[in-house]
Design a binder for this molecule. Structure first.
Ligand code: ASP
Length: 324
């Protein structure tokens, strides 16, 4: 039998609903004892408690420490895979952080729940069970970090939380799940063509994310010019365009050599330097903005932070943001 390490970080999967007020709160010590016999039919499981926090409390430091723990476990010769349980709100950011920084072909699966364990239709137990199934499968090796939720297997590169409460919340908008899990087994349908991983010794720096809206004004973000930031990610309009009224901010940041990565606020497609008008993509490219390859804003921020630990060179950053 395969040996799978289950690392708990918290989130709804480790919370309980108050039967009177219906509010959902973390419990002191999260346990998955009710489904342990089922998990043991699939693999030898070992539990590690990393944290027990709601995922809006997760910071970059937590992601880095979690990455160290996951890597340490994968380096063990008696371990075949790792499952991380995590709150769903920032799950895609932690999963992508691990995807970019964990160096191993052994499966790493991130999962969670939309309903706490004592709610009707709780999805935590089945998501954890499915995740252990996926982490134990040879077919899951070398596919990068996977997010298993609601019987679907997603690549951490594309998956995003799409619904505030539905258990089918995790979707990969443009590409769909890379596989499904059923009682009968694991069925992979396709996989990302390449995987990039980076070695990091630490993670620090400030990279804010702003979203473009009609009529936005550069003065809203004046503080970005006075407080030190290491980079900026902008969720731009459509194919990669911005209102002229934000350009004074952009030109001043470019003058200060702050790398600015542009993604689209659309959740499908790439940004490209197509439009040649004031604030259009062609002009933004000439100004020195880095065009990203279909990542969403939070993920482009994670990637920029990771790259900035080693790389400051604009053309190298542009190249790495063009990888598919
Ligand atoms: N707010 C919760 C969290 O991210 C949501 C969840 O886990 O589903 O911790």
């Amino acid at each position: 039998m395969k040996r799978i390490i289950i690392i708990n970080t918290g989130g709804t999967i480790a919370m309980l609903e108050d039967q009177v007020t219906r509010s959902v709160r973390p419990v002191e010590q999260a346990t998955f004892t009710s489904i342990l016999p089922l998990l043991q039919q699939v693999a030898q499981v070992e539990f590690i408690s990393f944290a027990n926090m709601p995922s809006p409390h997760i910071t970059l430091d937590h992601m880095f420490q979690l990455r160290q723990l996951v890597q340490e476990q994968l380096n063990r010769s008696d371990v075949d895979g790792v499952v991380v349980t995590h709150g769903t709100d920032t799950l895609e950011e932690t999963a992508f952080f691990l995807h970019l920084t964990v160096a191993s072909s052994k499966p790493v699966v991130v999962t969670g729940a939309m309903r706490s364990t004592n709610e009707i239709g709780a999805d935590g137990p089945i998501n954890l069970y499915r995740s252990v199934q996926v982490a134990s499968a040879a077919a899951s090796e070398g596919k990068g970090v996977l997010v298993v939720f609601n019987d679907e297997i997603h690549s951490a590169q594309y998956v995003t939380k799409t619904h505030t409460s539905n258990i089918a919340t995790f979707q990969s908008p443009e590409f769909g799940p890379i596989g499904t899990v059923t009682k009968g087994g694991i069925h992979y349908l396709h996989a990302p063509l390449q995987r990039e991983t980076y070695t990091i010794e630490q993670i620090h720096g400030d990279v804010p994310l702003i979203k473009a809206v009609a009529g936005m004004r550069w003065e809203w973000y004046q503080s970005l010019l006075t407080q030190p930031i290491n980079g900026l990610v902008i969720e731009a309009l459509g194919q990669g365009n911005l209102p002229p009224s934000i350009l004074p901010l952009i030109t001043q940041l470019v003058k200060k050599n702050i790398p600015i990565v542009m993604v689209s606020r659309c959740f499908n497609g790439h940004v490209e330097p197509v439009y040649d008008y004031i604030g259009g993509g062609r002009q933004l490219q000439n100004l020195g903005l880095i065009f990203s390859n279909g990542l969403n804003g939070p993920k482009a921020r994670i990637k920029l932070l990771i790259l900035l630990q080693q790389i400051q060179n604009f053309s190298q950053l542009q190249k790495l943001f063009s990888l598919e």
